[in-house]
Ligand binder design. Structure first.
Ligand SMILES: [Zn+2]
Length: 283
């Protein structure tokens, strides 16, 4: 039995038997870790409350045969308290946790950058100084950049020509110039491209000056872009089947889209309805 410590964010919590829980943590040094917390569902549990979703905790674990076991927990940041009491922040935090979970296929593989993005986004939601939707979209764009799926915003996705360009096509990778554009592209307002760029690069002054309609359009594009890549990733990797048994992808990604054309139309719908678009990210 070997002991180790790490700092992590609680992404998910599952019941296990009568009194235990399986905690999915995104940790600073060990990547995603699924570990058992014994006895935490008893009211006398010392650390059960610290292992709720969105908690930022310092944990001690020992290596088990199948799952590691959590033996100590200290709270680093009590993000959960201010988040769970506010519906908008809660849905944004839920989408952040689920996206982080889906982007980390290999347990135990270090993903420091993603861990820092999750902690930063949850801290911003807990502070409440920024609009929760902007925090979520900034996180989604940056986590897609982490995964290598960043949409082309200021250049053409196909030939690299500097833009801004009018056409935007998710299966093609984002903005498309006159020569490269394909049927089924959408045409977001120029301000939407400005907001996408600002969110990706952390330019909050520009982001917070954006109009509500532009924010809705951008949320739809971001959600559709993420959904398209997650579905392709989930279909193409061997862990898909394991995950599909745990939680059908359709439950949370809510899509029957198969072709590029359909995806573009779902992106266009997303720009009209923020709720449906973010529902699609699994909020
Ligand atoms: Zn081009």
């Amino acid at each position: 039995m070997s002991l180790y410590r790490d700092t992590g964010v609680v992404l998910r919590v599952h019941k296990l038997g009568e009194a235990d829980r399986i905690i999915t943590l995104l940790t600073r040094r060990h990547g995603k870790v699924r570990a058992v917390a014994k006895g935490v569902r008893r009211t006398t549990s010392r650390f059960g409350a610290r292992l709720e979703p969105f908690g930022h905790v310092d944990v001690q674990l020992y290596t088990g045969r199948t799952l590691d076991v959590i033996t100590q927990v200290e709270t680093v940041d009590a993000f959960a308290l201010p988040i769970v009491g506010d519906y908008q922040r809660y849905t944004a935090a839920s989408a952040i946790a689920e996206t982080a979970d889906r982007l980390t296929a290999e347990e135990g593989e270090p993903v420091l950058k993603l861990y820092l993005l999750v902690v930063g986004a949850l801290r911003a939601l807990a502070d409440g100084h920024r609009d929760a939707s902007l925090v979520l979209d900034a996180f989604l764009l940056r986590s897609m950049a982490f995964a290598g799926w960043s949409p082309a915003i200021t250049e053409c996705a196909r030939c690299g020509r500097r833009g801004p360009h009018a056409a935007f096509n998710i299966p093609a990778g984002g903005s498309l110039c006159q020569d490269c554009r394909v049927p089924g592209s959408v045409h977001p307002a120029p301000e939407a491209l400005v907001l996408l760029h600002a969110l990706l690069h952390g330019d909050w002054d520009t982001a917070e000056a954006s109009a509500p309609t532009i924010r809705r359009d951008v949320s739809g594009l971001v959600a559709a872009h993420l959904q398209w890549h997650l579905e392709r990733q989930l279909r193409s990797l061997p862990f898909v089947e394991r995950r599909a048994r745990e939680a059908p992808i359709a439950d949370t990604l809510g899509s029957d889209t198969n072709s590029g054309e359909t995806e573009v139309s779902s992106a266009a719908q997303g720009t009209r309805s923020r709720d449906s678009a973010h529902g699609a990210t699994g909020a």
